[in-house]
Design a protein around this ligand. Structure first.
Ligand code: ADP
Ligand code: ZN
Ligand code: ZN
Length: 659
C-alpha cells in the first residue's frame, strides 16, 4: 500500500488547516517522518515543504497525487528550528504534529488592536538606576553561565535563597548576550508578571523589552511577536508560551522559579517548559539558566549528576537582611491545651504585636490540592496507602481509596495510630478565615487574595499593589501570594496549615510542600526589619516541614531522594502516568484493565512495573470517568514506546504523562 504525506509549504498556523497530500516514493518510506524537510512540485515550481502527517489513505483520486521529489538539505532557518522543536515535542509528549506546531508557532494573524491592558505609561520615566555591583558568588554564577555557553553548554541551575540576587545575575548575563546582538527569553510565573517585578528589567533594558501575558489581547500579542521576529526586541518576558517567541538569534533562555507548576502545560501537548527550553537552547545554540530557591527534585538530581551545572547563592544580597526566624507550632498541642481556634497562641500574640507597630502581616492558607484526605487532629497522622505512601482520599459511602493502586478500606471511626475520635476530612476556606480574622482582630484591615478575588481584569496586581502601598494590615491568601513578591514592610508571615499539601495523593506532595513553605517564609523581613515566620502544623516532625523551617534545601533533598529511590519514583526512575477516560463507568474500567493487561503481557520481559488501574482522585469530571495506570521503569525510551502503543490502542481515550 502506498504511503502518503501531508505537507505544508508555508509554515504558519493557518497553513496547518490545509496541508497538501503527496505520494512518498518507496525508497523514502523508511526515513520520512513528521518534521522532515522535503522538496515537492507545487504548481509549476519546485518548493520546500514540511511533513506534518503520514497515512495510507489517499484523500483524492490517487492518480492525481504527485510524488515527493526527495529530502531537502537541512537549513538553519528559523522555520527549521520551529519544525525540529515541534517534531521533538510530538515524540516526547505523544501529540500530533499539528498540535505541536500550533503550540510552537506563535499567533500569526493580526487581530484588531485593543488598548494595552497593562498601562504602558507606567514603564516610562523610570529613573535608570545603575546596575548593582555584583558580589563574589554572583560574579562566579554569571561567569559559569558564560563558560558553559562558550563550551559544553549545559544548562546552569542557579540555586539561590530568596533575596540572594538571582535576578541581578540574570540581568548581568542578559546584558552580555544582548551586547553580542543576540536575544533573550525570560520566563516567569504568570502571577509574577506584575509591575513590581517587571519594573527592574525596564529600568535596565528600557524599550527593548516585550511583554507577553494572559490578559493581553491577540492583537497586542501579535505586535510583540512581530517585533521580536524582526529583531526589534532584545528581551521577551512572559509565562510559558513566551518560550516560542520567534527571535532571529536566540542567545539565552532564563526560567525563573523553575520549580513552578505553571511551567507544565495542561493541554495537549502536555509539555514541561524546562524540558522544552533545554531542547530549544540546544537547537539555537543558546544558554539556559534555571533559577530557584527551591529547585525541583528533577533539576537538582540532574545537577547532582552533572547534566546541569550547579551554582549556588547562599546569602541574601542586601546587607542587614537575613533569613527570618522561624517558629514551628504544634497544632496537636494547641488542641490538647484547649485552643481550638485556627490561630495558635503564639501566632495570635505576634500578630497583635505587629498590628500595634503598624507593620504588615501575610497569612498563608495552604489549600494546594485539597481533596478530601483524612487525618487525625490529635496525633496529626494522615491515613496513607500502605503500598504507595500517598494519602488515601474519602469517597462516597465512606470509603478511603488510594488513587495509585486502588487499595481501599472503610474509613475508620477512630485514629488507627492513637485511638483518638477526632479524625476527619481536613480544610477551611479563605473566606471563612477572613471572617475569623475580623472577629479575632477587630479593626485590622484585611485583603483577601484567592481564585475568587483575582478574577477581574487586573486580577492579582490590584490587590498586590494595594497591599504594597500599605492599604491593609494583613494579606490573606492561597499559594498565589508566595511567589516572588517583595513587600518591605512585611515582618511576619503566618502559615496557617502547613500540612494540607503534604496529603496530596501525589508522589511529589512533600516536594511541593517544602517549596511552598520555604517560599512563603522567604516573604518575611526582606529589607531592614527582621522577619518572623510562624508555621502551624499537625506534623512538626515531618522532614518537609522541618527542613523548610530551617530553609535547608540540601537536607530536604537528601531525605526525599532516598524515599524516591526506595519506591522507584522519578527522578530515580521514570514513570508513565496514564489516564483513561470514558462516559460509561464500567466500560471505562474494563478498557483500563485491558490496557493494563496488554502492557503487562506485551512488555513482560522488560520488567516494567504496571500498577493499577485505579480511579483517579477526581474519578469523575464533567460526567467522564477516569482511571489511572502507573508504569515504572528506569528506561525513558521504553516508557515512550509503551505510551505510543497505548495511544494506538486507546481509541483517543488515553492521555499519558511521562515523568
Ligand atoms: P532573588 O531574585 O534571588 O530573590 P534579587 O535579585 O531580587 O534576589 O535581589 C534581592 C534584593 O537584593 C534586591 O533588592 C536587589 O536589588 C538587591 N541586590 C541584589 N544583588 C545585589 C548586590 N550585588 N548589591 C546590592 N544589592 C543587591
Ligand atoms: Zn491519631
Ligand atoms: Zn496504593
Amino acid at each position: 500500500m502506498p504511503l502518503y504525506a501531508d505537507i505544508i509549504v508555508n509554515i504558519s498556523v493557518s497553513a496547518l488547516d490545509r496541508p497538501f497530500q503527496y505520494l512518498v516514493p518507496e525508497e523514502m518510506e523508511a526515513a520520512i517522518r513528521p518534521g522532515s524537510r522535503v522538496d515537492i512540485p507545487f504548481g509549476t515550481r519546485n518548493v520546500t515543504g514540511y511533513v506534518v502527517g503520514l497515512g495510507r489513505t489517499p484523500l483524492v483520486d490517487p492518480s492525481r497525487i504527485r510524488p515527493v521529489l526527495g529530502f531537502a538539505p537541512k537549513g538553519v532557518a528559523l522555520e527549521d528550528r520551529a519544525m525540529a522543536l515541534a517534531a521533538w515535542m510530538r515524540e516526547r509528549y505523544g501529540c500530533t504534529m499539528n498540535q505541536a506546531l500550533a503550540t510552537v508557532l506563535p499567533a500569526k494573524k493580526a487581530v484588531r488592536k485593543g488598548k494595552p491592558k497593562l498601562p504602558a505609561p507606567a514603564w516610562e520615566g523610570l529613573e535608570m538606576r545603575p546596575p548593582a555591583v555584583l558580589n563574589g558568588p554572583q560574579i562566579r554564577a554569571a561567569q559559569a553561565v558564560e563558560e558553559e555557553m562558550a563550551g559544553q553548554n549545559r544548562p546552569v541551575l542557579l540555586h539561590g535563597i530568596t533575596g540572594s540576587g538571582k535576578t541581578e545575575v540574570y540581568m548581568a548575563v542578559m546584558e552580555k548576550v544582548m551586547a553580542a546582538g543576540r536575544q533573550v527569553i525570560l520566563l516567569i510565573p504568570e502571577i509574577s508578571l506584575t509591575y513590581q517585578n517587571v519594573r527592574r528589567f525596564y529600568q535596565r533594558f528600557g524599550a527593548r523589552i516585550g511583554l507577553i501575558h494572559s490578559r493581553q489581547s491577540q492583537g497586542e500579542k501579535y505586535e510583540t511577536v512581530e517585533k521580536a521576529r524582526k529583531g526589534e526586541l532584545s528581551l521577551v518576558i512572559g509565562p510559558r508560551s513566551a518560550l516560542f517567541t520567534p527571535f532571529p538569534d536566540l542567545g539565552l533562555i532564563v526560567i525563573d522559579e523553575e520549580h513552578d507548576e505553571s511551567y507544565f502545560s495542561e493541554t495537549s501537548p502536555r509539555y514541561h517548559s524546562v524540558e522544552v527550553a533545554e531542547k530549544l537552547a540546544q537547537l539555537s545554540g543558546a544558554g539556559l539558566i534555571l533559577g530557584s530557591a527551591t529547585p525541583s527534585l528533577d533539576s537538582y538530581y540532574k545537577a547532582q549528576n552533572g547534566v546541569y551545572r550547579l551554582e549556588k547563592l547562599e546569602y541574601r544580597a542586601v546587607e542587614d537582611s537575613t533569613l527570618p526566624r522561624v517558629e514551628v507550632v504544634d497544632l496537636r498541642r494547641e488542641m490538647k491545651e484547649g485552643n481550638k481556634s485556627i490561630f495558635s497562641r503564639s501566632l495570635k500574640s505576634r500578630m497583635e504585636e505587629r498590628l500595634a507597630k503598624k507593620e504588615q502581616i501575610i497569612l498563608f492558607l495552604n489549600r494546594r490540592g485539597f481533596a478530601g484526605f483524612v487525618s487525625c487532629r490529635s496525633c496529626g497522622k494522615p491515613l496513607l496507602c500502605p503500598h504507595c505512601d500517598v494519602s488515601l482520599t474519602l469517597h462516597r459511602g465512606g470509603f478511603l481509596k488510594c488513587h495509585y493502586c486502588g487499595y481501599q478500606i472503610q474509613a475508620p471511626e477512630i485514629c488507627p495510630s492513637c485511638g483518638s475520635p477526632y479524625i476527619a476530612a481536613f480544610g477551611t476556606g479563605t473566606q471563612k478565615v477572613e471572617g475569623l480574622i475580623e472577629k479575632t482582630f477587630p479593626g485590622a484591615k484585611v485583603l483577601r487574595m484567592d481564585a475568587d478575588t483575582t478574577k477581574g481584569k487586573e486580577g492579582h496586581s490590584r490587590i498586590l499593589s494595594a497591599f504594597a502601598r500599605g492599604g491593609a494590615d494583613i494579606l490573606l491568601g492561597t499559594q498565589m501570594i508566595v511567589k516572588g513578591h517583595d513587600f518591605p514592610r512585611v515582618s511576619l508571615v503566618g502559615i496557617l496549615a502547613a500540612d494540607i499539601s503534604l496529603y496530596r495523593e501525589d508522589y511529589r506532595a512533600a516536594e511541593q510542600t517544602f517549596a511552598l513553605l520555604t517560599q512563603a517564609a522567604g516573604r518575611a523581613g526582606r529589607a531592614g526589619i527582621p522577619g518572623e515566620v510562624v508555621i502551624q502544623t499537625y506534623q512538626p516532625d515531618h522532614y518537609a516541614v522541618e527542613a523548610a523551617s530551617r530553609q535547608d534545601y540540601e537536607a530536604f533533598y537528601r531525605e526525599e531522594i532516598a524515599r524516591r529511590r526506595l519506591l522507584h519514583y522519578p527522578p530515580s526512575g521514570c514513570m508513565l502516568e496514564v489516564l483513561v477516560s470514558g462516559r460509561e463507568e464500567q466500560e471505562n474500567t474494563a478498557l483500563a484493565e485491558s490496557l493494563a493487561e496488554q502492557i503487562r503481557r506485551g512488555f513482560a520481559s522488560s520488567g516494567a512495573d504496571v500498577i493499577g488501574p485505579a480511579p483517579h482522585f477526581r474519578s469523575k469530571v464533567q460526567d467522564v470517568y477516569r482511571q489511572v495506570l502507573l508504569i515504572k521503569h528506569p528506561d525513558k525510551e521504553l516508557l515512550l514506546q509503551i505510551a505510543s502503543r497505548l495511544q494506538e490502542t486507546g481509541n483517543g481515550r488515553v492521555q499519558s504523562d511521562l515523568y
